[in-house]
Design a protein around this ligand. Structure first.
Ligand SMILES: *Cc1c(COP(=O)(O)O)cnc(C)c1O
Length: 366
């Protein structure tokens, strides 16, 4: 079976550090977490990086730290893993779902403009599958609307827009280190920002809302426990050391796909930016509407190839119907959910491996 994605982790790279953590008895919030955060901030090019238990908790805590609560509205990309919208709901705020650019997977900022109300406080922008949304467009949008931009950069480690890393574009950004993502710690996440006030607030919220006193803490917020463990940070540091190799390998394989699929009938390759700027957390194509995507997935599986839909149109999920949405209300996102197909990108795939996938895709759609 060719799997969709496989973490690039090697025990020998982490064995000594794991031993050190276990022998030290310092299992959380120690030097490995601090070092991982420092290295990550430097890589992204921001002042602060704060590790968390996941991208979902990172998004939730960022919105809470920004004071977003009941009665507020937050614009959010509709075509995304539903964690993006759930984080808004978890603050008590209302998610206002924004469609994709037609035929693509990234957010349509014109649709976002139309949906701004007096209650709108922020916009959460997803960089889909590691395709960067334009930093210039987001900066212009933020200046024009006065809205705070939160990047859902869950899939976007090492994606860049005009030389700026995803994670250094908005007021803050949230990354995921789930095994399906580019850099993994098993579970885990990171918030990046240049905003000192926000960072201080996040530090307090992450650890139960406590502020350190001479003895013990004073609790000034009803905070969370969203802290990363030392063992996760050991994995994160090892992954970050070779992130350029991990991403180069994903780009190499993706470029072969692009070469072999570009002229195929009934298939398009939507990208939000030039391919060099994308990190290709997933390689996702869009099939013509007459193709039965689910049948393609089944046929590919029979050939030993794991494929999957791209991601979800949140508005079409039952959990968002109470906000007044019906499936199909956001047509581009709905089409992306129903007609997208993720193809495997796994370290070491050769040109013949990619050709095997592409040939089977061709056979499956005909
Ligand atoms: C994976 C993902 C998340 C959730 O990440 P977790 O670390 O699993 O919480 C959120 N948003 C997007 C766009 C994702 O792809």
């Amino acid at each position: 079976m060719i799997p969709l994605i496989k973490p690039d982790i090697d025990f020998d790279e982490v064995a000594d550090d794991i031993k050190e953590v276990l022998n030290s008895g310092m299992l959380t919030s120690g030097k490995f977490v601090r070092d991982f955060e420092e290295q990550f901030a430097e890589f992204i090019g921001v002042k602060y990086a704060l590790s968390t238990t996941s991208a979902t908790t990172a998004l939730h805590m960022s919105l809470v730290a920004k004071g977003i609560s009941a009665g507020d509205e937050v614009l959010v990309s509709d075509f995304t893993f539903p964690a993006s919208g759930n984080a808004i709901v978890q603050c008590g705020a209302t998610p206002v779902l924004v469609d994709c650019v037609p035929g693509r997977f990234d957010i349509d900022l014109d649709d976002a403009r139309r949906k701004i109300s007096s209650k709108t406080k922020a916009i959460m922008v997803v960089h889909p599958f590691g395709q960067p949304v334009s930093a210039a467009d987001l900066a212009a949008f933020s200046v024009e609307t006065g809205l705070w931009v939160l990047e859902d950069a869950a899939c976007a480690v090492s994606a860049t827009s005009n030389g700026t890393q995803c994670g250094a574009i908005g007021g803050a950004a949230c990354f995921s280190f789930h095994p399906r993502k580019i850099l993994t710690t098993g579970e885990g996440g990171m918030i990046t920002t240049d905003d000192n006030d926000l960072f201080n607030k996040l530090m307090i919220l992450r650890s139960h809302g406590g502020r350190r006193q001479t003895v013990g803490f004073e609790f000034i917020e009803n905070g969370f426990n969203y802290r990363m463990s030392e063992l996760q940070a050991v994995l994160g540091r090892a992954q970050l050391r070779k992130i350029n190799d991990i991403v180069a390998e994903r780009k190499r394989i993706s470029r072969i796909y692009i070469q072999k699929i570009t002229d195929m009938n009934k298939v398009s390759i939507p990208l939000a930016a030039d391919e060099e700027s994308c990190s290709f957390q997933s390689f996702v194509v869009l099939l013509n509407k007459e193709v039965d995507r689910d049948l393609v997935v089944a046929r590919m599986r029979e050939q030993g190839i794991e494929t999957m839909l791209g991601t979800y149109a949140m508005h079409a999920q039952p959990s968002f119907s109470r906000f007044g949405y019906f499936p199909g209300d956001l047509p581009s996102s709905y089409a992306a959910q129903n007609h997208s197909l993720t193809l495997p990108v796994v370290k070491g795939m050769t040109e013949p491996d990619v050709e095997f996938v592409v040939n089977n895709l061709h056979a499956a759609i005909c």
